[in-house]
Ligand binder design. Structure first.
Ligand SMILES: O=P(O)(O)OC[C@H]1O[C@H](OP(=O)(O)OP(=O)(O)O)[C@H](O)[C@@H]1O
Ligand SMILES: O=c1cc[nH]c(=O)[nH]1
Ligand SMILES: [Mg+2]
Length: 209
């Protein structure tokens, strides 16, 4: 079974409160989402494997550590996931970026895939899917399906706010992946929004409402 972790570092929790506030405007929302994503990348990368390497310092040759794992691909679920990409790339600048376009039907809450563009050789890469919101879990499940269909094996899902319903659904559908959230909220309302949540992450990031 993959991990499920709430990343409750004080800086992450403080910044999450800033973006939950309905008074937080687009510019600040965008900036702080990226800051949280960067802090989350630090936590999520804790289990990256290291290997020994010889390095010649100005003083002597020694054995030191370097990253030994698979190459990372950051996969934002469009649109809202785009808000987390730059923050992750601050810490993992060599990562490739694959995009999955998905929208949730407002009536049925069913996800619809409209775009997929991935690097090659996904089986040999570490995939980090990012989306601020895990609500019913439908979009996340479909995104993981899309990556597995293309050969991905090592997959992490990183979100800011998760609903218990979405965590359960995602972990049942894909028990092998690791799931990280900055907060586990209370429930979903009748419109499929996370309560207390932060509203519509895509609209708040891009100023579309
Ligand atoms: O867990 P779920 O019930 O599937 O809901 C979560 C999805 O809904 C939101 O996207 P939305 O459909 O609003 O698209 P957008 O990012 O373009 O606004 C959010 O960014 C997730 O992708
Ligand atoms: O609360 C929610 C649920 C889905 N998508 C969002 O952006 N917010
Ligand atoms: Mg949206």
């Amino acid at each position: 079974m993959g991990k499920f972790e709430i990343l409750n570092h004080p800086l992450i929790q403080h910044k999450l409160t800033i973006i939950r506030n309905e008074e937080c405007g687009t510019r600040e929302f965008r900036q702080v989402v990226n800051e949280i994503a960067e802090l989350m990348a630090y936590e999520v990368s804790r289990d990256m494997p290291l290997e020994d390497v010889e390095v010649k310092t100005p003083v002597e040759t020694t054995t030191a550590k370097q990253l030994a794992g698979k190459k990372v691909v950051v996969v934002p679920i469009l649109r809202a996931g785009l808000g987390m990409v730059d923050g992750i790339l601050e810490l993992i600048p060599a990562a490739k970026v694959g995009h999955i376009g998905m929208y949730r039907d407002e009536e049925t809450l069913q996800p619809h895939e409209y775009f997929v563009k991935m690097p090659d050789d996904l089986g040999n890469r570490e995939m980090i899917i990012v989306d601020p919101m895990l609500a019913t879990g439908g979009s996340a499940i479909m995104a993981v399906d899309a990556l597995k269909k293309r050969g991905a094996q090592a997959i992490k899902f990183v979100c800011l706010v998760a609903a218990p319903e979405g965590v359960k659904a995602l972990r049942e559908a894909h028990p092998d992946i690791d799931v990280y959230a900055a907060a586990l909220d209370d429930h979903l309302n009748e419109d499929g929004y996370i309560v207390p949540g932060l509203g519509d992450a895509g609209d708040r990031l891009f100023g579309t409402k």
